[in-house]
Design a protein around this ligand. Structure first.
Ligand SMILES: Nc1ncnc2c1ncn2[C@@H]1O[C@H](COP(=O)(O)OP(=O)(O)OP(=O)(O)O)[C@@H](O)[C@H]1O
Ligand SMILES: [Mg+2]
Length: 266
């Protein structure tokens, strides 16, 4: 991997892509992130797992300030975004985000969906934006659907367009929030394959997922969250294969065998 200027410090060591220190977030008097310390290094794929309501989406949204932290610091690509004077748009340009709902523009073609932000934000010419978009549509296996409208695509194809659209901005970090959980089961595999290929090409990725097989295979590190805190993190074989904490064990029993009734949840 080539270290960029902002990714390298004076000593030559590689700086983190994301660094959260004591991150807190409250909605009203309800604290949903209770002091998160998390570092993501260049090229690393970190999967976040945990029960519904544990704060996974909120944590991800604090990386591009879709949610504002109420305490602690978040530094992204060398810029402290919790600094009140931050130019957040400059940081957001370098961070791609893919949500459960793909949010494509329905009145535009697939190609237009992938070029509009390039032209508006990065000020690329039509020709250059289209070239970049076509390259990324090819990466997700959808170059032939460039002239189509999103409504003529399956959910899985639409999600792959959303990934191509994000990649067309040349992000240095990709955030995924349960990108496959709104899809029919038979469409999940193609989206995960695209994400796996992206990871193999060295993209730094922070992924909230319920796909334990994907996390196990692709993640460099798995982070288990519960009740606004990181309970346990480590290599996938460790966290998913041999969880140390009782809360991690209970969660994994529920996801890996949904018919299993844990005492107290019946
Ligand atoms: N805008 C908001 N206003 C008030 N409360 C919120 C808001 N967004 C999230 N919350 C609350 O914060 C907590 C954490 O929510 P979050 O969406 O981060 O959980 P999650 O781990 O992503 O859950 P899921 O797996 O269901 O997506 C929840 O209790 C949720 O109700
Ligand atoms: Mg969520």
């Amino acid at each position: 991997m080539t270290a960029t200027a902002e990714g390298t410090n004076a000593g030559g060591a590689t700086a983190p892509v994301v660094e959260m220190v004591g991150l807190r977030k409250s909605f009203g008097d309800r604290e949903v992130l209770k002091g998160i310390d998390l570092t993501v290094t260049p090229g690393e794929v970190v999967c976040i797992i945990g029960p519904s309501g544990s704060g996974k989406s909120t944590l991800l949204r604090c990386v591009n300030q879709l949610e504002e932290a109420t305490g602690g610091t978040v530094t992204v690509l060398g810029t402290e975004i919790t600094d009140p004077d931050v130019d957040i748009d400059a940081v957001r340009q370098r961070v791609g985000m893919v949500f459960q709902q793909f949010n494509l523009f329905t009145h535009q073609t697939v190609l237009e969906n992938c070029t509009v932000a390039q032209r508006k934000v990065l000020r690329r010419s039509k020709a250059e934006a289209e070239e970049v978009a076509m390259r990324n549509l090819a990466h997700v296996g959808l170059a032939d659907r460039a002239p189509a409208h999103p409504s003529h695509l399956s959910g899985g194809q639409q999600q792959r367009v959303a990934i191509a659209r994000a990649l067309s901005m040349d992000p240095q970090l990709m955030l995924f929030d349960e990108p496959t959980s709104a899809l029919d089961p038979e469409l999940v595999g193609d989206v995960l394959s695209v994400m796996r290929a992206l990871a193999e090409r060295g993209m730094t990725m922070l992924v909230v997922t319920h796909e334990m097989a994907f996390a196990r295979e692709v993640a460099d590190r798995v982070v288990f969250m519960d009740d606004g805190q990181i309970v346990e993190q480590g290599a996938p074989a460790q966290v998913i294969g041999a969880p140390q904490h009782e809360r991690t064990q209970a969660f994994l029993e529920r996801v890996l065998d949904p018919t299993h009734q844990h005492p107290g949840t019946a």
